[in-house]
Design a binder for this molecule. Structure first.
Ligand code: BGC
Length: 748
């Protein structure tokens, strides 16, 4: 027996078990109406090779005149050997390639042009983790909308975003691409981004297919090492990692990308129970599954396929419709299908889904609707788009600390020093996955501060150190500059490359000699404000203990410098909240707010409790933390109906008062705990949030409705159930500072 067959039998058994446990049937693939008729008519005319061509995606190549199809690509389009491209765009060029497909190939099926449009296309917004810190789904939806408007004008139909992976390990470089550690917040952001990219009508020329990725548990990579094995319980999978995907599916996401990792010994690109049974069957997802980059081929090093053919068959059987870049579907499976090793029905099902996507985008009506040079010229990097990016950046900054009201700084200072390796580097501001973003578009912190302060204030600048590396020779100059100033703004942090795919770190400290730079500058005795750039939590203990004000700026995008100046000098107040816990050091990882209590919760007086010898068990900054230029008090948290029946909702009210002297925005957070249940529950879980603006002295009573789903846990069969008993409701401005009350769910 061939290796593939042996593997297949074993796989069949392994894969069937969880499916049986869930009591599900394999998904059928019905499509009603015209769309179906059009797709079926086309399918009936296709050769096997043409079908496999539709399931093949190649990557473009850069050129002096923009991204182009690879060598030989045009001939492949003509021969019907490719259905989509990654990283090929430009209104005129995509129109030309589309013309080859539509007018010169036998069946005239239009191409799909896809790209990673992650946080903006040309107008680069803050990185996704930063956008999430806004706790403002409306603003996040708008950012995705603008990205789609720009990208589609350049001929793109499809983005490989949003990344909805929950990440509890800041060592993992891709934490920057997602919405942080919390499944509730992650779900709200997933929906917002799907709505933003896809709009209300997929066939409109400015909407595109969104892709929820990477299905699933990619953020659970052991050791935070990208691509690594994931070993996760079924309960954690369903409670933590799956919900944002479910939210994306419910929001109508049209595409999903499986993850590079395995789950319970099965690589996700071959995972029939999770793809076929859960995603397509139980959730009713009828869109396209696109493999991750070369991941069909990677079924071989995973050790579940001996040959390219075996890998291709596993992918097709699992329902991975499109093979990104490996070429296996096109080159290595036709013969196996003819030999009967794979039922052609699997191929047909995938082709249907691809054609349906093209149909839904309106490409069969007008294949050129997205390639519009006039729109491209009019809709790229517009002032309105830049304004939105600036607004989003301001909302994403998190004020970690502000002793003595050091921030905002006065605009009437005589001399300001801007010091640090991130002061004046345009590329850094864009962050990773910057699509068609260009460094020259970006406003650096130094530019922004100079513009904001005008000619009457002296703005001095020194790099002081590189981002990474051990050269300390610039520190003296930085100290000299600091001595001349009335206030110093330190621009410190990571290189944008450090939080990205395949860029993982074993420390969360400031890289290189930046802390030494900060120490030397702080020793001058001048007022110092630290602005941090990074795509992950940073363990900045020394800064926390020694510098009065710290602002987490992430990678803010093209308007970085302007947005920073707006906030540093008080024209706007920062109002972001942390979407992820900042540990005191990397040894605390994993550390997330929604942990379990354990039988021995940490207790300083009791040795035999769950904690460390050398570091306190609490984080440096908790999930949900973020200050602003005023202060808020929470009062009068009450439940309208303290006793409810199962299946009933509860209305909760809390009053928030602005107790400071400035107007400000607060993100009011609502958490819930099921106090005693048949399975252990997290100490608290986010169940709602609202952003409010309050004038000094103003108070507002906010109402949250907790539906039964918010109270449910998963029973032994992983079905949601509300158990009778008491629940604690918490409200506050961070996960660690809350007031609380209770309600009771009565037995039937
Ligand atoms: C990443 C995906 C991305 C793809 C295409 C892969 O390396 O994992 O997230 O969409 O490349 O660029």
């Amino acid at each position: 027996m061939k290796a593939w067959r042996a593997g297949r039998v074993l796989f069949g058994l392994v894969l069937l078990l969880p499916a049986l446990a869930l009591g599900q049937t394999v998904a059928s693939d019905p499509v009603p109406g015209d769309e179906n008729a059009a797709v079926e008519a086309l399918l009936a005319r296709m050769t096997l090779e043409e079908k496999l061509g539709q399931l093949t995606q190649y990557r473009g190549r850069g050129s002096d005149t923009g991204p182009r199809v690879p060598e030989g690509g045009e001939a492949q389009i003509r021969q019907g050997q490719v259905g989509s491209f990654l990283g090929v765009y430009g209104a005129d060029y995509s129109r030309r390639m589309q013309q080859v497909a539509v007018e010169e190939s036998r069946l005239g099926i239009p191409l799909l042009f896809a790209h990673d449009v992650i946080h903006g296309f040309r107008t680069i917004f803050p990185v996704p983790l930063a956008e999430t810190a806004s706790f403002d789904p409306g603003a996040v939806e708008n950012a995705a909308r603008i990205a789609a408007v720009e990208a589609t004008a350049h001929g793109l139909h499809w983005t490989f975003a949003p990344m909805v992976d929950i990440a509890r390990d800041p060592r993992w470089g891709r934490i920057v691409e997602g919405a942080g550690e919390d499944p509730y917040l992650g779900s709200r952001m997933a929906e917002a981004r799907v709505r933003g990219f896809q709009g209300g009508d997929l066939a409109a020329p400015d909407t595109m297919l969104a892709t929820a990725k990477h299905f699933v548990a990619y953020g659970g990579a052991e050791g935070g090492r990208d691509y690594n094995t994931v070993d996760v319980s079924e309960r954690t999978l369903h409670e933590i990692y799956l919900p944002p995907f479910k939210a994306a599916v419910d929001a109508g996401v049209q595409s999903i990308m499986p993850a590079f990792n395995e789950v319970a010994g099965v690589p996700m690109h071959a995972h029939r129970p999770l793809i076929e049974t859960l995603l397509r069957g139980q959730w009713g997802f009828d869109g396209v599954l696109v493999s991750d980059y070369n991941a069909i081929q990677e079924l071989m090093p995973h050790g579940v396929a001996a040959t390219r053919t075996d890998a291709g068959l596993l992918g097709l059987e699992a329902g991975v419709d499109i093979d990104m870049v490996s070429g296996i579907y096109l080159e290595d499976v036709a013969e196996a299908v003819r030999d009967g090793r794979l039922d052609e029905a699997f191929v047909d099902a995938s082709v249907r889904r691809v054609l349906r996507a093209k149909h839904r985008l309106g490409l069969f009506d007008d294949p050129y609707r997205y390639s519009d040079a006039a729109r491209e010229a009019a809709m790229t990097l517009t002032p309105a788009h830049r304004d939105a990016a600036r607004d989003m950046a301001r909302k994403s900054f998190v004020l970690l600390k502000n002793d003595g009201g050091t921030l905002p700084l006065s605009k009437r200072l005589r001399t300001v020093a801007v010091i640090g390796p991130l002061s004046d580097d345009r590329r850094q501001m864009l962050g990773n996955w910057a699509a068609a973003g260009r460094p020259e578009d970006a406003v650096t912190p130094l530019d922004g501060i100079r513009t904001a302060l005008g000619p009457d204030v002296r703005v001095l600048h020194a790099e002081g150190a590189e981002i990474d590396g051990d050269d300390t020779s610039g520190i003296d100059e930085a100290v000299r500059v600091a001595r001349e100033a009335d206030a110093v703004i330190l621009m410190l942090g990571e290189d944008q490359e450090m939080s990205a795919e395949a860029n993982n770190r074993t420390t969360l400290d400031l890289p290189g000699v930046q802390q030494r730079l900060a120490q030397a500058v702080q020793a001058t005795g001048k007022p110092v404000v630290a602005v941090l750039f990074g795509g992950r939590p940073l363990s900045v203990n020394w800064l926390h203990e020694n510098v009065p004000s710290i602002l987490m700026a992430w990678f803010p995008g093209v308007e970085a410098g302007n947005a920073l100046a707006d906030v540093l000098f008080g024209d706007h107040a920062p109002s972001g909240k942390l979407p992820v816990t900042f540990p005191r050091n990397v040894g605390q990882v994993p550390i997330h707010y929604n942990h379990k209590n354990t039988g021995r919760p940490p207790d300083a007086k009791d040795k035999y409790t769950s904690k460390y010898l050398d570091v306190h068990w609490t984080p440096l900054y908790p999930f949900g933390h973020g200050l602003t230029y005023t202060t808020f008090r929470y009062d009068d948290l009450r439940v309208k109906t303290p006793r409810i029946g199962r299946g009933e909702a509860v209305d909760v009210e809390v009053t928030v008062i602005n107790t400071g002297r400035r107007a400000g925005d607060e993100v009011v957070q609502l958490y819930l705990r099921d106090d005693v249940a048949s399975f252990t529950r997290p100490v608290k879980e986010l169940r709602g949030f609202q952003r409010v603006t309050l004038q000094p002295g103003e108070s507002r009573t906010l109402r949250f409705r907790l539906e039964p789903e918010a109270m449910a846990l998963l029973d032994a069969d992983l079905r949601p159930v509300v158990e009778p008993g008491t629940f604690t409701v918490f409200a506050g401005g961070s996960s660690a500072e809350t007031i609380e009350t209770t309600f009771e769910v009565m037995a039937d």
